[in-house]
Write a protein that binds this ligand. Sequence first.
Ligand code: WTA
Length: 647
Amino acid sequence: MAEAVYPVPAEWSRNALIDDARYQEMYERSVSEPEAFWREEARRIDWIKPFSVVKQTSFHEEDFGISWFTDGTLNLSANCLDRHLVERGDQIAILWEPDSPTAPDRRITYRQLYEQVCRLANLLKARGVRKGERVTLYLPMVPEAAVAMLACARIGAIHSIVFAGFSPDALAGRIQDCDSRVVLTADEGLRGGKKVPLKANVDEALKACPGVDSVIVLAHTKSGVPMAEGRDIDWASAVADQAAECEPVEMSAEDPLFILYTSGSTGKPKGVLHTTGGYSVWASMTHEYVFDYRPGQIYWCAADIGWVTGHSYVVYGPLMNGATTVMFEGVPNFPDPSRFWQVVDKFGVEIFYGAPTALRALMREGDDWVKKTSRQSLRLLGSVGEPINPEAWSWYHEVVGEGRCPIVDTWWQTETGGVMISPLPGATPLKPGSATRPMFGVQPKLLDNDGKEIEGPGDGCLVITDSWPGQMRTVWGDHERFFQTYFSTFKGTYFTGDGCRRDEDGYYWITGRIDDVINVSGHRMGTAEIESALVAHPKVAEAAVVGMPHEIKGQGIYAFVTCNAEVEPDDALRKELIAWVRHEIGPIATPDVIQFAPGLPKTRSGKIMRRILRKIGENDVSNLGDTSTLADPSVVDNLLANRPQPV
Ligand code: WTA
């Protein structure tokens, strides 16, 4: 069947910042003359001291290193706030929509945001926070989360945001790993009418973090949480005492900006470190071009600030570009499945950027929920976090966008800082399910398993051959792991961990992770993390986790569990293990299926044959491949005979 192609609407190619000819010309220049290209693009930033060197990067072991605009200095909070004050001080910077549609919204101007950021920055300084220190944020989707990020950036503290859905254990691990002394949180979060006990989780986590001496607590639901004398500080009253001006600290381009923990195929989550100059250029540039963004347009990225999408496209990119950015506390189906589109109508949202998993869940509820809203303000739609299946793409395009709005399907990663492969709405004819073409400066290649390049159309491992400004610079505290994880599989290139197809038009189609990472509702989970949580349970001897297809979540979690000899596995234990994993990691890691197995398929050298488990997870068991190297082939028959129903 021929792939559907959606040409660029005439109006878009006429009015957009970048049409197809301009894309081709800019892309060509970005890879043939990177120095000149980036020297110009970097003008979008207000530098305190201009840089002279553009790019010093190598992916090779001998001279490995990544550094951009190295001798320039800047402050990102000043680029998001101070420079807008004259022209747009009274423009709304953040439009906040609360969880409940009947609660009051908040509209914060650039000037108000500036003052709030300065006050909090002064409070952090008063608590002794210095440049380079790590501050952990465990906050709900409220404007203060953005205030906290910007306050850290203002004084050069490195923020580490921990998604508010993570458990106390997961939070403690992240606080310990980056050695935070200060934590910012709220009494409670609210999502879909349910309360999330954030402060109680922090109290629990801090039992394992004796180094934390300051907890700044936002009274959000005003539930009156217990406060530890000397350690806990009430946010509102403490900032009220602070000055509303705070000089931004002059940061070197390569000074760290933030750490964000993300899952990989092995071990504990890694602290992905981004630095100041290159990240700022990348977040601002991609936000402007991918969304064809002009200052003042009403723009909504529905991601949580706990994920990288929230960092780059709720806060930093939009604010650098003088946006009015919508922040939504709630969930798509509360109080009903119209909510997203009601918020679009309420604020007159022109650009909406969301995740396929939410679209699939809403699609299932039927079109009426969408159709009873107007959505006339929408001009452009975006998708991020996981492959968007053509069915969901078409629904998004026809029902939500009424055929009028291009869809930018943006492929990128926590590690890449911003969008890497995506259509530009005025330049790129769309194919449903394809992230299409590379962003400026991005040089993708496909390699086969032996590292040989696949030219032209084909399928392979997606690598990027040269650096781009928004690239992560290291794994916090483990530079060797950074090199090993991304640059050792295929020498001299950055390995993304994704599989990808390129078609005859040179369009890229991401096929999903090819390592032991699964993507559950757009959230990255390492199977190894879930396995070690399961094995930590006293009744569990061994566990192996694989992904399984899931209609809404994209992928679900399928766990094979071998219990200790004396244990009789039953439904009660299954429930216990599910609760255990939720407690160890958080609700996003809840297994969809737990299959008890007396043994796991292993080679004679004791390596688990995941290929077989993946096939069982995918319910594709007609051809399990060669099982002759298994130590005990009967293990597989047992697994096949005892496949449970989803829980
Ligand atoms: C997947 C999220 C297909 C991919 C920004 C990647 C996608 C991982 C897309 C990174 C997309 C992200 N199409 N797959 N448009 N966007 N992915 O670090 O597997 O949370 O490697 O960053 O999500 O997830 P992360």
